[in-house]
Design a protein around this ligand. Structure first.
Ligand SMILES: Cc1cc2nc3c(=O)[nH]c(=O)nc-3n(C[C@H](O)[C@H](O)[C@H](O)COP(=O)(O)OP(=O)(O)OC[C@H]3O[C@@H](n4cnc5c(N)ncnc54)[C@H](O)[C@@H]3O)c2cc1C
Length: 294
């Protein structure tokens, strides 16, 4: 089938593609286009057509922090693959493409005897998604190990931003929605490989003791200052609360789990109910950590 993007090389175009295949919630209707982009030149070319056609677009990483409506997305979903998964050492720094999974990044650094980012072990997202939301765990976040990042603007221009300009804050950054993170420089530390391996394994174990398995997008709400969202939800007696196939995990109050056939509206109705009850019982207003794709 012919598409607007036929003349561009180093991409793969999928039309009417179900986004449920690309999200850890396993929820989401079709996107007009999912385009897998293999190189920076190809990304520039795709953005040029998108601009010309006035299309909406959105970058997806591993889809582990988003909820997509069942009506899908009228526009282009860009997935960075190919050279966006490269990683190499540049002097004292590691340059890493934004499409690489965080666990793969840790493994590659470990193989060379570099560590310092093991707190990320087991977070299922990509470097790009992680930077956008300043992913972290156990009191640390990506902001602690990143020196600078490279983005491509909506106009196809590349820009380097040092860490101050990225504007990292708790589970967020100031990177504009149209900007695409293409890579980042990390400052890691030379360490004994056995120590790095032990830290990765320890963190993964800690994580699986606390987290439910099953389809979810991780913590649904941000921790309000001074509180744990999971504990507040648990103390309000909401574990196990269910709407359709969306359920508050019985293991961790801040995880909403898709028990099989949950729709985005099941999840959103459940989230609204949680927020209402927590507000009424504690006076605290929960805010979503998960990005809702409209
Ligand atoms: C079981 C489980 C456990 C989790 N545990 C944690 C945890 O401990 N700590 C934590 O912080 N998070 C956790 N998460 C949430 C999630 O893994 C992280 O937020 C992760 O960083 C999201 O990355 P992603 O690639 O999946 O991003 P996506 O979900 O694909 O996208 C998230 C946002 O980032 C944007 N984005 C993605 N890639 C790019 C790019 N290249 N350029 C610009 N914007 C981009 C998207 O447009 C979207 O707005 C967990 C999730 C699950 C399912």
């Amino acid at each position: 089938m012919k598409t607007l993007f036929d003349r561009i090389s180093e991409i793969r175009v999928l039309r009417n593609e179900p986004l449920s295949k690309y999200t850890s919630f396993h929820i989401g209707g079709n996107a007009d286009y999912v385009i897998k982009v293999y190189s920076q030149q190809a990304l520039k070319n795709v953005l040029r057509i998108i601009r010309k056609q006035h299309m909406k677009y959105f970058v997806i990483g591993a889809g582990t922090n988003i909820l997509v409506h069942n009506s899908g997305f009228r526009g282009v979903v860009i997935k960075l693959v190919g050279s966006f998964k490269d990683m190499h050492k540049r002097g004292d720094y590691f340059y890493c493409g934004s499409g690489l999974l965080l666990d793969a990044f840790l493994e590659k650094a470990h193989r060379r005897g570099y560590g310092g980012a093991e707190f990320l072990a087991g977070i299922p997202g990509t470097v790009g998604g992680g930077i956008k939301g300043n992913a972290g765990a156990f009191g640390y976040s990506l902001a602690d190990v990143i020196e600078n990042i490279t983005i491509m603007t909506e106009n196809g221009q590349e820009r380097n931003l040092d860490r101050q300009k990225v504007g990292f804050h708790y589970r967020g950054s100031r990177i504009k929605n149209g900007s695409i993170i293409i890579g980042a420089q990390f400052k890691l530390l030379k360490r004994k490989k056995s120590d790095i391996r032990a830290a990765i394994e320890r963190n993964v174990k800690r994580r699986w003791r606390r987290q439910p398995t099953g389809y979810s997008a991780g913590s649904f709400f941000k921790n309000p200052p001074g509180y744990s969202a999971g504990r507040l939800i648990e103390e309000c007696g909401l574990k196990g609360l269910r709407i359709g196939d969306a359920e508050v995990s019985r293991k961790h109050g801040n995880f909403i789990v898709n028990r099989g056939h949950a729709t985005a509206s099941d999840v959103l109705r459940l989230a609204r109910k949680i927020k209402k009850i927590v507000r009424e019982k504690t006076g605290i207003r929960l805010k979503e950590e998960v990005k809702i794709l409209k």
